[in-house]
Design a protein around this ligand. Sequence first.
Ligand code: SF4
Length: 432
Amino acid sequence: MKTTQDFQKERLSAGQKVGVINLGCARNLVDAQMMLGRLKKNGHRIVNADEAQTVIVNTCSFIEEARKESIDTILDLVELKKQGKIKQVIVAGCLAQRYGKDLAKEFPGVDAFVGTPTLNRENMPQQMQLTPKHFAYVKICESCFNACSFCAIPKIKGKFISRTIESIVKEVKELDAQGVKEINIIGQDITAYGMDVYRQKSLARLLKELVKVIKNIEWIRLLYAFPSHVTDELIDVIAQEPKICKYIDMPLQHISDHILLEQNRNITTQQTFELIQKIRRAMPQGFVRTTFITGLPGETDVDFEQLRNFVKESRFERVGVFVYSKEEGTLAAGMKQQVPEKIKKSRLDSLMQDQQTISSEIQQSFVGRTLKVLIEEKEKDSSETYIGRSEYDAPDVDGVVYVRSKKPLKAGDFVQVMITDAYEYDLAGIVE
Ligand code: SF4
């Protein structure tokens, strides 16, 4: 599979106007930032995709839905090329990494399929930041060595790699010096960080190093924790360090022992309960974001009822639910007792319905309280209303806080907001 460097050398004449369309997750976004950083360093002009001569689509291949979105985007770009509106189409990312050769036959109008970049353990290449200036994603490791039966990511991303602590501290110091206020620590499984390079789970150690060097950065947020890799030491660091958001994103995927085994999640029902209790004790005001899958092959009504009761009782603050997607080359794809789509979907609907009630109640409990909010932007057509996030809102996936302020505010400002109204997922309030 070609790399972006190969393509550059061979086909991209200097000074070309290049733009990227990034699909998929925050980890893919960091890959796009690395690609653009390299293109810029090599003299190419980075512009918005709708002004570009060469458009890179950074694809996602996680589940069927994501693949469809990627294919539709490729088709649109090939059509634009046919109309002479753009000169070149480059397909990068997970879909290219996984199916590049087949797609090359299917889409002769595409100029190149380039695989996903390999994470460099010591030296992170210069990135061109695609997020707003006040927050950034920091990818600390790539791929994962868990083998969840429903997931194709390890096959796409290859060997698990952790960056060195020095490399991450260097990147975070640069972001801090640039005035970034929030960093989101990402990977496929950030809680496995260091198990290769340091032969032990080292996320807690990394966080202790990061809090020592940051000045402008006020929030460090952890995304994509793997339940059975969450250590007591990590829970303590999150609970005790003021600059680490009291927020943990930890996909649980299910709760019944039968399905946790079928998913190969390496954790039991009892261990999951104990882990949640530990987190709740250490961070009584903390938020837990999690996701569940409905309809894994073999999931019975009993398994699902157990999951439904668990979600009701645990009252997670943030929940996402996915229907099981049969992924080529995964263990679960070959399992018998595939669950009909209709049942998968109705189970997802009932879980989300339960969660909407829980989420509204939790949101309501913030009325009358004061929250620290990071301002993201001014609300369109409004003179006094801004949109921000609290430490309980991860970018792009959680809710927002609508902030009324007579004083002009700008992106990156932190303000104390008295919450006056609550909605299903969002809050509203006034600057104190
Ligand atoms: S932890 Fe499991 S679901 Fe997540 S990327 Fe690894 S194998 Fe996939």
